[in-house]
Each structure stands twice: as structure tokens, then as C-alpha cells.
Design a protein around this ligand. Sequence first.
Ligand SMILES: [Fe+2]
Length: 257
Amino acid sequence: MSALTVTKAGPKLGARVEGLDLRTMQPDEVRERLVPLLHEYHVLVLPGEILEAQELERFARSWGELLEHPASRVEQTPFVQLIFSEGNDESRLGQWHSDMTWHETPPIITMLQAHVLPFEGGGTGFANQHVAYETLPEDLRSQLDGAKAWNSGKNFGPNMPVTLQPAVRTHDETGRKALFVNPAFTTEIEGLDEAASRDVILRAVQHGTRPEFTYRHQWEVGDLVIWDNRSVMHYPIRDYSERRSLLRAVVAGGVPV
Ligand SMILES: [Fe+2]
């Protein structure tokens, strides 16, 4: 196996991993070399050559079963989505979120590869939700521990699901707890009245997105970024007006607990 170079990307999360051939990687190599790095750093940046949709799908399948997504999919496969934008559309500002928390079994891992990038901007923010949970003010933590929150997919269409998720999630592989409330999809804390619910969500989100917990990735063409949706929230920074095009695949998980 080739030698890996791992360089920390930010103080609280993120690592750049070099020396891999994504086209030939096998599931056991992913399990032995990349999964432990993902558990340690939560966001991995793998610089490399552009993968075609089916090559990305093959690599993504070495991490587990893939989920489809209602967002625009490529022609070749329902398991790879095209994330494309062109022109400045201020109605589409970004929001912090963990992917698809409205799904009964949201994806545990998302991977995204940059194909076309704007001249400047178009970065992605990541926030470590383990550190967020561990540093919650005591009163807020006691309100969130054991609580459940409604998460809605209605932004994607009227028939999309609304599901109840734990407000604090335990990572099924590391056992570490993480804040699991986001401003894009979390609408209500179960059992609280509307005002109290709004207040708890607002405080949780304000805390969970503190700059101290974040890493901002500035993309290079060919970067494949892999993140753990059980550990981080992310934020697409829409501060550009040129074309931006990326391919995405998401790995299925179980019911969050
Ligand atoms: Fe996302």
C-alpha cells in the first residue's frame, strides 16, 4: 500500500490526506486506513484527479450502501448528485445543516468532489458537533439531553418526510455524543411550546456554529471532501457568482440514536 501523508487542516476538525489512488481503492483499505482518520478528524480532504460519476459511485460504495437524494441526480446513476450553480442568486444563501436529517435514516457520510469552481469564494464551512455538545452551557445541555426534535424535508417538496430525531446523537462507531440540531431542517423540539422550542433551537444553533468549532474549506479542483454527518454540520458559502459544479454521493446509515 502507498504511504499516506496526513496533515491537520484545522484545530478542531479536518485533515488533508494525500497518497491515495481513489480509482483503485478497495473496501478493506477504506475500512483500515480512511475510516479511523474520519473518526479522528471528521472531515477528510483528498486532493486528486477528477472522477467520473460512476467512478465516484464505485469509490463511495466502498464506504457502504448509498442513498438516493431528491436533488438533481446525474444521468448515469441515481446515486450521484450534481451540485451545480451559476450566477448570483441571493435567495439561495447557505444554511448550516447535517445532510438529510428529515430522512428516517439520514446519511452518515457525504462525499463531494469539485469539478468546476468559481474564481473566488464558494468554500464550505464545517463545525464540530462533538465539541459543541461537550461545551454546551449546563442548562441548555439538560434541555437537549434525551430530547427529540422534528426535522422537515418540506424545503425539497410537499411530499417530503418530517421525522423525529434525537437532539443529541451518539455516534454508532465511536460512542461520542454530538449536538444534532440544525437551522435548515430542525423545526421543533418535541414536548416544548412554540416559543420555548424556538428558543432552545436558536441557542443550540448559535452555540453549535461558533467559529471556534469550525474549519472552512477553500476548494481546489479535484478535491474530494468526505465528512461525517454524525459529527459535523456544514455550510455552503454562497459568496460567488461564477459557475460551480461538484458531484456528490451519500452513504446510508441506520436510525440515529
Ligand atoms: Fe449539505
